[in-house]
Design a protein around this ligand. Sequence first.
Ligand SMILES: [Fe+2]
Ligand SMILES: [Fe+2]
Length: 411
Amino acid sequence: MKLLVILLFLFVIDIYFYLGTVSIVNKFLNNEIFYKFLYWFLSLLIYVIIVNVSINYSQSTPSVRSTNNVIFTSLIGILFISKLIGSIPLLFDDILRLFKVVISLFNANYSIHDVKRLDFLKKSALLFSGVLFSTLLIGMKWGRYNFKKNYQNIFIEHWPVALNNYKIIHISDLHLGSFNNIDKFNEAIEMINAENADLVVFTGDLVNNFYDEAIPYIDALKRIKSKDGKISILGNHDYCDYVMLKRDSQEWKTNFKKLLELEKEVGFDLLLNESRVISKGENKFNIVGVENWGAGNFNKDGDLAAAMSIVDDTLPTLLLSHDPSHWSEVVLKSDYKIDLQLSGHTHGMQFGIEIPGFKWSPVKFRYKEWAGLYENEGKQIYVNRGLGHLGYAGRVGIMPDISVLNIMSKI
Ligand SMILES: [Fe+2]
Ligand SMILES: [Fe+2]
């Protein structure tokens, strides 16, 4: 039923875009058949692929064996998003034509036959969708694994001067179910290890759904090294909540247990609403990790009170929390002395613009804190843009992120 609704929706977009653009393309190509044939052949092929993928796709298949699904679904997705965005000028044109029709009913000098589509709006539709499609295609080819190190100095009050230039590598959102290239993953690990960090933190979304998506990457994850350990937390995708499994079912419990075991096997100290003290001689700071807590419909397993229960608040405190909405909704409203929160989750929508001094992504309308460092009343949050990807197997403007945080004392 769901599949039928999706297909019907895509078909409506297809017809609308085709009818809006066919005359201009035919005029340009000087051929009545070519566009019609190519357009509908491609559309029918896509419908067949959608039906085939949805029937045969097993969500428990480890990523390296479902390579083509990730690419196919992304290609189909970007094609239809391009048509949908390209339909906006056509819709604008239709609203304009509707006005003209109404005017023609009351004005005898104005014939209904004069109400035609405007050529420039038809051309805009083609241009919009063509540019968007090509950009998203380029993002699949060159953005998807174009890892970028983002260097950030962070000043914290009462941070021990002796620990100035403490280097934390912050990674997030590996989404190994769609990360289907082990060589590229190894490349990212080498970039991390080249930094010789004091601490590596991973802020969740190891997999898309099932623990076994991570199996092909166990050796690589084990190789991540740092002086003071590797600490992780869970993201909303690590709970297997998006595949119709009930949390009290045996399958859910087994999957969750195996995910926790896997985190341990690769050397992550997974914090589930708990805390650790990192000591360097006399100098110490707290690192606290909560389970996922997201505003709106996201799961709220995070328990800040439990995580902070034995924390010595005379020491500087860093909090790992997957979803940045936890900061504004819970952390800032609490009395806990949390100097810095490290989050991920937004992926920077894998689409936007980021140049020195300026960054923009549509995700900013959903998450006020979506990439980089933010400050509010002396408390700070740093949001990682994610190393992997979900849905769209590419990145435009907002590249896969290895954040190198340099922590210093604010005197
Ligand atoms: Fe994510
Ligand atoms: Fe997430």
